[in-house]
Ligand binder design. Structure first.
Ligand code: SAM
Length: 277
């Protein structure tokens, strides 16, 4: 991408531009304000240089709203937002205008799949189109993944993706708020809970713990952390959740932790692998 910009706009600092994001055959780019008048030309150029790309979209707004969907503007190629993305031998149909999807979580999805054990029963509280759930079911001989999302479009695509990847026996899609779904049918069933929605993870921790069989198992907890200079994001997050965890369970410990990605200056997405029991 930087090559495209350097050639088209030799006078502008290339470092200003963010890299290109590819979802299936759709390329997503961000256009700096001063280049807005040239956005369609940039789109055409991306299309010309990347033979596997059929559509170029411009990201207009970051993920927002309860369904965590981004805003886009069409720039070049086929006028569409639906595509099929391949990851870890799985296929995911997504509609970028209606559901959350990020190829940037590729390593994190693989990492969680590697941590699961044969016979695990998993609850994915914020499943989107089913990526974590389906990758786990494909890569490991687990018993069951209850895969919940409140967005009806994400749920529909998840149902399709479960069939596409032939994991109907293992992944059970559930439409609705995950707190309600847990209360209705998932209390005490799981030994592993995924919480890949930083905006709600903290307030949904009590539900995650109530999913665990005999109050024992793993919770993969994602949150955003804004740090002061010199502050460690993991330490800061631990301070935030310790009180809540202590009030919910007498025994817990951190198995591992990592910074998943940098969101903004000194703001990080962090995951804690919490062992309860
Ligand atoms: C960051 S996305 C998760 C992405 C997914 N894990 C993946 O790897 O693509 C968060 C998802 O949580 C869903 N969501 C938001 N509030 C929810 C709730 N109360 N209960 C269940 N799902 C919810 C959104 O619709 C969205 O699809």
């Amino acid at each position: 991408m930087s090559e495209v910009y350097r050639e088209l706009f030799p006078d502008i600092l290339v470092e200003k531009f963010k890299s290109i994001e590819v979802v299936g055959d759709i390329a997503i780019i961000k256009i700096p304000r001063e280049l807005e008048p040239y956005r369609f030309k940039i789109g055409e150029e991306v299309l010309k240089r990347m033979p596997s790309i059929k559509t170029v979209l411009r990201q207009l707004s970051p993920t927002s709203g309860p369904y965590r969907v981004r805003g886009f503007e069409w720039l070049a190629g086929e006028y569409k937002t639906v595509t099929t993305h391949k990851e870890h031998g799985c296929i995911f149909k997504v509609d970028l205008s209606k559901v959350y999807f990020s190829p940037r979580l590729i390593f994190e999805r693989f990492r969680i799949a590697q941590l699961t054990k044969p016979g695990d029963v998993v609850v994915n509280m914020f499943a989107g189109v089913g990526c974590f759930s389906i990758i786990i079911a494909k890569l490991k001989p687990i018993l069951k993944v209850y895969s919940i999302d409140v967005n009806p479009y994400a749920y529909e695509l998840m149902v399709e993706n479960i069939k596409l990847n032939r994991v109907e026996d293992v992944v059970e899609p559930i439409l609705g708020d995950s707190r309600n779904a847990v209360e209705e049918k998932l209390v005490g069933l799981a030994n592993r809970v995924l919480m890949p929605l930083p905006e709600l993870a903290y307030s949904y921790l009590p539900s995650a713990i109530s999913c665990l069989k005999d109050r024992k198992g793993w919770i993969h907890y994602y949150d955003f952390v804004k740090t002061a200079p010199g502050e460690d994001p993991v330490e800061k997050l631990l301070k935030k959740i310790s009180g809540m965890l202590n009030s919910l369970t007498p025994n817990w410990s951190i198995g591992s932790s990592r910074t998943v990605r940098t969101i903004a200056s000194r703001t990080y997405q962090v995951v804690l692998d919490i062992y309860v029991g």
